[in-house]
Design a protein around this ligand. Structure first.
Ligand code: ZN
Length: 157
């Protein structure tokens, strides 16, 4: 496994739409392993392939309940609403209040190409939305109602 460089906001690469994953091979497994390690090292809860320079529809998530890999994820359901405080490994030190669905249901593939469904509530729903947005070139700031100022950031710590 290896730590990969995380692309930062402002790089036009992050605004590109990713292609579906078609080959479920060793290269994909290596990418996913590297993404998990990179996310852990950066103390993040989610990382999308475009953030490490790969324009493919692959995401890793770990909100403290174990790692989840979503390949070619699609939403089946989105319901409810919540306000979240969100950040992004591509925008270090910046956080904003966003509105996201409270509940999501997703269909995706695992690293072997097998389909599965995942339901997420609260933080899990937020992270899923945030990461899947990355695959369509959308950053969390397009959902932000209010960016936190220095005083509010201090209270977050
Ligand atoms: Zn992000």
């Amino acid at each position: 496994m290896a730590i990969r460089n995380i692309i930062k906001e402002g790089d036009p690469f992050l605004n590109k739409v990713c292609h579906p994953v078609e080959k479920f091979d060793d290269k994909l497994a290596t990418l996913l392993d590297d993404m998990a390690e990179t996310m852990g090292e950066a103390d993040g809860v989610g990382l999308a392939a475009p953030q490490v320079g790969i324009l493919r529809r692959a995401v890793v998530i770990d909100i403290g309940e174990g790692p989840i890999e979503l390949i070619n994820p699609v939403f089946l359901e989105q319901s409810g609403e919540q306000e979240c405080v969100e950040g992004c490994l591509s925008s270090p030190g910046q956080y904003g209040v966003t509105k996201r669905p409270m509940h999501v249901k997703i269909r995706a593939q695992n690293r072997k190409g097998e389909f599965f469904e995942l339901e997420g509530e609260a933080l899990m729903a937020t992270v899923c939305c945030h990461e899947i947005d990355h695959l369509d070139g959308i950053l969390f700031k397009s959902h932000v109602i209010h960016m936190l100022d220095e005083e509010e950031l201090e209270q977050l710590k």
